[in-house]
Design a protein around this ligand. Structure first.
Ligand code: WAQ
Ligand code: MG
Length: 268
């Protein structure tokens, strides 16, 4: 689903003129659920904190390929009170994963600027941008979760008071992204002005939620994928955009931890 609106006074703008992205969503579902999902997507587009959509485009496609089944990343929340502390946390996690300062700063800059529909791909060493369309970024799609894993995951998230669509969707996306061997980490900040929790995801530390990563009221946000030097970019984009992936197993949810506890207890 893609929802957008037109800039002020542009209600009758022709296609492509001043179209402002509001919200997007994608999923992998059994065909019987399509009517329900389409309704949910429309509701989301018409009730978004970034504004009411003036145009909604929904595409439904039959996927013939069988999906790759993966596990969800383990979830924890890091104790964080301010955006400045959040940035330090991301830097410490990033550098322990071998991501250079240059690459991390590039990620911060892209997210601070905002306005992309997809994610920026950044080389972990040089900090170079890797995706062909840097304005749009790469949009991860074709990802879903089995009914059983979804139920388990909801129970575990509920136990920590975080069983929301926002958390679940972000966890699915991060799990697909990190399941590719060439993505070392993902950093995400919502573009929703009311949603101030972001995350940094990696194989080593799982899905790490960062409260207060941005000030309330800002529509800046975005995603940065930190990509291994020398990775085959075409292959990676192909995986992210078109390979079907289903989460078949919910992972542990651990509650709130300090940065120290996280850095000293990697998952592998
Ligand atoms: N693929 C790539 N990039 C995307 C996608 C996608 N499917 N969807 C969104 N983005 C990019 C795009 O640049 C958006 O502006 C940005 O990410 C933020 O998207 O555990 O809600 O949908 O509490 O606003 C994090 C949850 C929620 C943290 C993130 O992102 C938690 C969120 P949003
Ligand atoms: Mg959003």
């Amino acid at each position: 689903m893609r929802a957008s609106k037109y800039g002020d006074g542009m209600q009758h703008a022709v296609r492509g003129q001043q179209e402002v992205h509001i919200s997007g969503a994608e999923g992998l579902y059994p065909s019987s659920q399509i009517p329900m999902v389409v309704r949910q997507y429309i509701d989301r587009a018409l009730n978004h904190p970034k504004g009411k959509a003036e145009k909604v485009v929904i595409t439904a496609e039959l996927i013939k390929q069988s999906p790759q089944i993966i596990s969800a990343l383990p979830v924890s929340t890091i104790a964080c009170q301010t955006p400045d502390d959040g940035k330090i946390i991301v830097q410490k996690i990033g550098s322990s994963l071998g991501i250079t300062k240059k690459a991390l700063y590039k990620g911060f800059a892209v997210i601070k600027k905002g306005g992309m529909r997809g994610a920026a791909m950044i080389s972990t060493g040089t900090g170079n941008r890797l995706e062909p369309d840097r304005q749009r970024g790469v949009r991860v799609s074709r990802l879903g979760i089995t009914a059983l894993a979804s139920k388990r995951l909801s129970e575990r998230l509920f136990h920590h008071g975080i069983n929301t669509e926002t958390v679940k969707e972000a966890l699915l996306l991060a799990s697909k992204v990190i399941a590719h061997k060439d993505v070392i980490a993902e950093f995400c900040v919502s573009d929703d002005p009311d949603y101030t929790t972001g995350y940094v995801a990696s194989e080593e530390f799982g899905y790490l939620r960062i409260p207060h990563i941005k000030q309330k009221g800002s529509t800046a946000g975005g995603r940065a994928f930190f990509v291994r030097e020398g990775a085959d970019i075409t292959d990676l984009i192909n995986y992210l955009e078109t390979s079907p992936v289903l989460i078949g197993k919910a992972a542990l949810c651990k509650g709130t931890l300090s940065l120290h506890e996280i850095l000293n207890n990697p998952h592998r």
